[in-house]
Structures are given as structure tokens and as C-alpha cells.
Ligand binder design. Sequence first.
Ligand code: G1P
Length: 294
Amino acid sequence: MKIRKAIIPIAGKGTRFLPATKEIAKEIIPIINVPMIHYVVKEAVDAGIEQIIFVTSSGKFSVEDYFDRNQELEAFLERNNKIKELELIRKIGSMVSVTSVRQKEQLGLGHAVLMAKSMIGDEPFAVLLGDDIVINKNPAIKQLMDVSLSNNGATVIGVMEVPKSDTAKYGIVKGDIVDEKTLRMTGMVEKPKPEDAPTNLATPGRYILTPEIFEILEKIPRGAGNEYQLTDAINVLCQQKDVFAYKFTGERYDTGNVHGYLDATVDFALKDPELRDVFLATLKSRLQKHGIQL
Ligand code: G1P
């Protein structure tokens, strides 16, 4: 069955990006001149997703507006003969159909996903977390869709290897090896301490799920951080039926923190043919100015 819908939870307050997030939705903060959320939505659209469901909280209207048409701006650009910019703006406004649902209390990722239950209906769906940008020609979420399709529409969790010292930042999976990139999962645990972590295979927020997860989410108790964890629901599901973890291919940036954000900014500047030389020249002159030799 084709996966048409993606849930993107964006209700978080973005405290790691204060003070900017006092007044701006974290997702709108740009990497150079493109908002972070653009990359996440583009990954979904490139994978064939037709509808994005944002799970929002107050102050996130700019994310919905960003993917809407802006007639006033379009008219202004047209009047001023700024055709390239006009095309860019129109393309974003018609990129994908967007709906949203409120998460009235921040009770965890499992709770956020549950908020979108009525909008999903009876079909498999994708979940992408907005803090993680994954760049690859074949989108990471598409890679997971393909694994799901070739396994009777099973649930598939995207994973990557992380240093053991970092396990407490992620949902960590364990399972039996199917092939070099795939595991049949036997468990999943949210943010274990390194000494308790079963593996170093972490999910950076890419999931293919089926509606049966909602029934489990409705029943699970609060878990790590006193929140309703998606990880805990997946852990229950994989005791009942086949759930796969897949080591996707792609460069992943944790843009939810300033360090990851810097990595992405530098990489994107270096990869942009129009920016690369300017960026290198700027960097060189700035290093000279500050007397820094690398
Ligand atoms: C969430 C999930 C966690 C996942 C992580 C990826 O945690 O609960 O399982 O590994 O996103 O970024 P958060 O970072 O929102 O605390």
C-alpha cells in the first residue's frame, strides 16, 4: 500500500535555540536562507508523500504559512519583475498539501503522534522528526518505505550507529540480523545510559508506522522523562509482530542543537556551487583577521 501521509511533530519549544525561539518557531530558523523544516518536508515530498500533518503548539503558524501561497508577496515580486524569486516562492507554496493538529500539552513524542490518529485513518504512514535533517539522493524515509513494502507493509525504524557514550540521547533498538543493513527487532528502549544500552543503533527520527501503533499508544504508561514515548509503543509492537530496523544511507544533522546546526551550515555552504568560493574566501579572511592558523 502506498504511503501517502507523513506526521511531522513540531510542538516542541526549541529551548536549545533560545533566545531566537522566544518569538520564532524553531523550524523556521534557516540554514543559510532555507528554513530547517523545508529540508524535512522536502525529504518527505521527494519520497512521494502527498500530505503533511504537522502536530503543532501555539506560535507555530509560521510553519504552516511557509508552505502556503503568499499572494501579496507573489504580486510584489511579479510587479518588480523578480521572476526567479517568484518561481521559488510559488514552488514552495504548492510543494505539498499541509494540515495541522494541535498538541495541547507537551506529553511526549508518543502523545504527539497519537494526536494525528484521526487524520491518518486506516493506512500506513511516515513520521519524520523536524530536528533531524537527513540528506541523501534517495531520501532516507523512501529507503524505509521500500523496506516496509518488501516486508508486507511492516513497521520500519530508521537507525544509525552512534558512539556508545551518546545512547542516552536516542531511542535504541536491538534485534536479530537479517542482512548487513536490516534487523528484525526484538526490543527498543528510550534513551538508555551507555551501560544499559543493548546496542549503539539509534533512531534519529525516521519511522514507517501502521495504524495499529495508535491502539498501543492509547494504552502505554508514561515512560522516560515521564512522557508517553513512541519508543515504548514500538517496543510493545515488536513483541507481537515483525518490526524492522534499517540502517539507512544518508548524512544526518542534529539541527536541534547549535553544534549540529553549525555542521549543517558549513556543509551546505560548501556544497552550494554558488556559495562555495565566497564562503571559503570569507572563512580564510576571517581566520587571518583573528590570527588563526589551522
Ligand atoms: C526523540 C525520540 C527518540 C529519538 C530522537 C531523535 O527524542 O524520543 O527516540 O531517538 O527524538 O532525535 P527527543 O530528541 O525529542 O528527546
